[in-house]
Design a protein around this ligand. Structure first.
Ligand code: IMP
Length: 443
């Protein structure tokens, strides 16, 4: 069966949840491998909505093993609340169906405090989620991090010693030392007992599942544009969000990966700062935001919006070895009479007005201006690429226009390959609305 990955191709919020929920429904093992409580997605089962931050979407299915892998940074309190609130709603969660890697690092309250301190100190703040993600990952890289294995196996005095060592260099930034270690001792005693049933060497479980040809899904968090190496650094998150990165973070080697499903929208959105060549700070961007409901799920912050950037998308497809693409908001973009697609950039490397036309994503993306292809849109009201007998001529024409749009994109992502059988990247599905069932599979 192999391992399927579901990843974001743009700057997050592409609607990965919709497809990963479908894939997870039949999976034996579902893995969350990167990021922390900065992510968020909603799962709907039997009409009930569940908002998740750290748990994989499979948690509502007790027959599936849900894994929080080594690459995740775990906020003990947020995860505790997430588990308990699901249990209160009747979701079965035990050490049988939830496994947390003993290698996953822990996010502590001072990580969140310092996340804010660093943002305040920056001339150009990143607009982080303030969930302590970057600080926790930097502790990991500095080798002063504390892992889930420490939480469940150490005595509380040892954890306090580890914390003291980790806090030592941070004192200058955090001001007075008012850390109440007695309070932490009590908390860690509680967490040690609470997390004991979940924490284990998940890598062994995952490797067993691979050997036994189980159906495994890795749910990516954040997206390629936010990847620490290949995103728009420094306006990125602090983990690797690519297909290879999340596989490595799950303890899975590259030859065990089967399908890589990349999720994108028919336009672009991003929260936080950073370059965005196709951004539309005008009535077009406003229209996309309103029709696509582009407001942050937790904060309500309006998202930045703009046209679909195919140069970026092809870069993301190649970086991630994507073989299947899902486009959400196929309906939203159809509300525009004409649609722009960025197909190359004018790149002014030295800032001397000498622009070069390129069709790849350079490190200095902020120096790129998009060159657009303008295509016909206007397919409002249609919900599928299929033409049926009962359609009016007008509806049939709408479907034809939508088909032409997606056919062009698929060809572009395959470097202009016309023969569908030779295309390595195929559009797997289109999202035609917000509902879990508003998805049309094309292959
Ligand atoms: P951090 O991950 O909290 O450090 O935030 C770094 C950047 O990534 C900020 O611009 C965030 O808004 C963005 N970000 C982090 N997680 C997500 C996500 O799940 N969706 C979209 N943007 C995100």
């Amino acid at each position: 069966m192999g391992v399927t990955e579901v990843i974001g191709l743009q700057w997050g919020d592409e609607g990965k949840g919709k497809i990963s929920n479908i894939k997870s429904a039949n999976a034996d093992v579902v893995i969350r491998a990167n990021g922390g409580a900065n992510a968020g997605h909603t799962v709907v089962k039997d009409g009930e909505k569940y908002a998740l931050h750290l748990l994989p979407s499979s948690i509502i299915n007790p027959n599936c093993v849900s894994v929080i892998a080594a690459g995740v940074v775990v906020d003990l309190e947020i995860l505790y609340n997430e588990i308990e609130s699901l249990r209160n709603r009747g979701v079965q969660i035990s050490g049988h169906n939830l496994k947390i890697s003993s290698r996953a690092h822990v996010v502590f309250p001072w990580h969140k405090e310092l996340d804010q301190v660093y943002e305040d100190m920056r001339d150009n703040p990143i607009g982080t989620t303030k969930r302590g993600i970057g600080i926790a990952y930097s502790d990991k890289a500095l080798r002063v991090g504390i892992r889930m294995g420490d939480i469940v196996s150490s005595d509380t005095n040892k954890i306090v010693d580890l914390i003291k060592a980790s806090l030592k260099p941070k004192r200058a930034l955090m001001g007075d030392d008012n850390t109440d270690f007695d309070k932490y001792r009590q908390k860690f005693n509680l967490y040690r007992k609470y997390y004991a049933e979940f924490v284990c060497d998940t890598e062994a479980i995952v490797q067993d599942a691979i050997r036994n040809k189980k159906n495994i899904v890795i749910e990516g968090a954040q997206a390629t544009g936010l990847d620490i190496d290949f995103g728009t650094y420094p306006d990125v998150t602090s983990s690797s969000c690519t297909a290879s990165g999340i596989a490595a973070a799950a303890g899975i080697g590259p030859r065990d990966i089967g399908d890589v499903i990349g999720v994108a929208k028919t336009y672009t959105s991003r929260v936080g700062e950073g370059p965005f060549p196709t951004e539309q700070i005008n009535e077009i961007g406003d229209k996309i935001r309103e029709l696509g409901h582009e407001y942050g799920t937790t904060t309500g912050r309006p998202r930045r919006t703009g046209w679909l950037d195919l140069v970026w998308l092809k870069y993301a497809v190649k970086l991630n070895s994507v073989n299947r693409v899902v486009f959400n908001h196929a309906d939203t973009i159809g509300a525009f009479d004409r649609i722009n697609l960025a197909t190359s950039y004018l790149y002014d490397l030295y800032g001397d007005g000498e622009e070069k036309r390129i069709d790849f994503v350079p490190e200095a993306l902020e120096k790129c201006n998009p060159v657009y292809l303008n295509m016909p849109g206007d397919w409002g009201g249609i919900k599928s690429l299929k033409i049926t007998e009962d359609m009016t001529e007008d509806e049939k024409k709408k479907v034809e226009r939508a088909k032409m749009f997606f056919e062009f994109i698929e060809s572009y992502l395959n470097d202009g390959e016309k023969n569908i059988r030779k295309r390595k990247v195929r559009i797997l599905a289109l999202g035609w609305g917000p509902g879990a069932n508003d998805i049309e599979f094309l292959i």
